[in-house]
Ligand binder design. Sequence first.
Ligand SMILES: Nc1ncnc2c1ncn2[C@@H]1O[C@H](COP(=O)(O)OP(=O)(O)O)[C@@H](O)[C@H]1O
Ligand SMILES: [Mg+2]
Length: 274
Amino acid sequence: MDAKTDGGAAMPAGAAMVTADGVPVKMRGSNVNVFYGEKQALFDVGLDVRDRHVTALIGPSGCGKSTFLRCLNRMNDTIDVCRVTGTIMLDRTDIYDPSVDVVELRARVGMVFQKPNPFPKSIYENVAYGPRIHGLTRNKSELDDVVATSLQKAGLYEEVKDRLDEPGTGLSGGQQQRLCIARAIAVSPEVILMDEPCSALDPIATAKVEELIDELRENYTIVIVTHSMQQAARVSQRTAFFHLGNLVEEGETKEIFTNPRDKRTQDYITGRFG
Ligand SMILES: Nc1ncnc2c1ncn2[C@@H]1O[C@H](COP(=O)(O)OP(=O)(O)O)[C@@H](O)[C@H]1O
Ligand SMILES: [Mg+2]
């Protein structure tokens, strides 16, 4: 993929994706199998990620939520023993096509991790890093703008605007996580992946991040792994339930929690396991 062009021309192009009922699909996994060495962690997973929706991935620990999430921006590439088969589309692009530039892919599909992981640099530099390495700004004043805008979108600007030169690691946990979200936003991603982004946060910081996720949905497609069913119910429009490496069912969040089709989903949401 040539990042400097519109990205379309050289790519193996498919048709624009929609669901059966005509909703635009941003990412589509088909027949996704993932292996760690001999051990298979995902079995033939197919999932549509709707454009500008929040999709929650839920299920008991070890069922493959993080594994699937990492397929969506090829973070599994960084795990030596990991092998992925099947197809994952981002718009019209097969992201596992050899022509895809993984660095560019990860700018389009950003990631926020469980434990806030700001760089050991200033608040400003944490956010400026991505735009700088991707050459997104032409001068200091444009970079300043991107930093400020990203911090605003992450709901952090008012809290840090007078201390942008202070270390990001000096912020509270909740602020650090919003800084990481600002850092992800700074390169103008289309999709943001979040792997249990609130599990290291207190309830107030969690509420702030959840509110933020709801606002971000207007402009970004979000996929969030959560072990909290309450959180999935609060922030997502779609929920996918995984069990033992299988995607058991996916649907409207309200439906999954009130009227699941599969007994395994029912058992999970009523607390019978996991
Ligand atoms: N880096 C890895 N190496 C080997 N096995 C792994 C690795 N990461 C995950 N697994 C295995 O894959 C399965 C799914 O794990 P994971 O995707 O982390 O589940 P979840 O996020 O739902 O808790 C588990 O059996 C786990 O032990
Ligand atoms: Mg996980």
